[in-house]
Design a protein around this ligand. Structure first.
Ligand code: NI
Length: 228
């Protein structure tokens, strides 16, 4: 499922993140790419150990934890430490690639998480750069995505995707890999659709007995499918 969520970062958080990122020292982006992706990856990235990176990661993870929509769409079990990348100048594109299935988990050397869902948090306003479109391939074709700063897009890690060359300005974003409690994308979609429908029913009719019964069914489906 491909879903965009606006205003994940507050305006204050966005200002704080951008101010810090504008002063950060960027490195070549090959460091976290698998063998296939490394051949087409041409961007900049923040290296591990850069001062302030831990705090910026916390800011992003805290913002995600406020979003009920992010939770119901991804049902996150683990989130790999968010990374930050920049596209500009000669380092301005990321060709079509597949994200690695397994990623290093946070803070525990040698432990991994399975990347079910990839996410991009846009940190630059779209009018401040040309190009830089995130294109995602799914069974219904290609989707070009360019959102306002502070917005998030989540999509299956299994889908091929690319970022087109930035031809003016600079595009900064945060990228994340998420292991879901529900591994199967089809099952996650059913749960998401059901939760959204329940939200509408609840706001329209209140906690009526059928709404309560369906909520129980949702939880029972999650109980069947969730793993930890
Ligand atoms: Ni990718």
């Amino acid at each position: 499922m491909l879903l965009t969520i606006d205003d994940v970062l507050s305006p204050d958080e966005l200002v704080m993140a951008r101010r810090w990122l504008d002063e950060a020292v960027w490195s070549g982006g090959q460091m976290t790419a698998g063998a296939q992706a490394a051949q087409v990856k041409n961007n900049l990235q923040l290296a591990e150990g850069v001062p302030g990176l831990t705090e910026l990661r916390q800011l992003v993870v805290q913002a995600l934890s406020r979003s009920a929509l992010f939770f119901t769409a991804t049902l996150p079990l683990k989130i790999a430490p968010p990374g930050f990348n920049r596209y500009d100048g000669a380092s301005n594109a990321y060709g079509e690639h597949a994200d690695s299935a397994m990623r290093l988990d946070s803070g525990q050397p040698g432990t991994y998480l399975r990347s079910d869902i990839s996410a991009t948090l846009f940190l630059t306003e779209p009018q401040d750069y040309d190009g830089g479109v995130l294109t995602i391939h799914d069974t219904f074709g290609q989707h070009g995505i360019k959102r306002k700063a502070g917005s998030l897009v989540v999509y299956p890690s299994s889908s091929l995707h690319s970022v087109s060359p930035v031809t003016r300005g600079s595009r900064t974003s945060c990228f994340m890999f998420i292991q879901s409690m529900v591994r199967d994308a089809g099952q996650r979609r059913i749960l998401y659709d059901m939760d959204m429908a329940l939200l509408s029913l609840r706001s329209e009719y209140g906690e009526t007995p059928p709404v309560v019964a369906l909520t129980s069914t949702y939880q029972n489906l999650l109980r069947c499918w969730a793993e930890n």
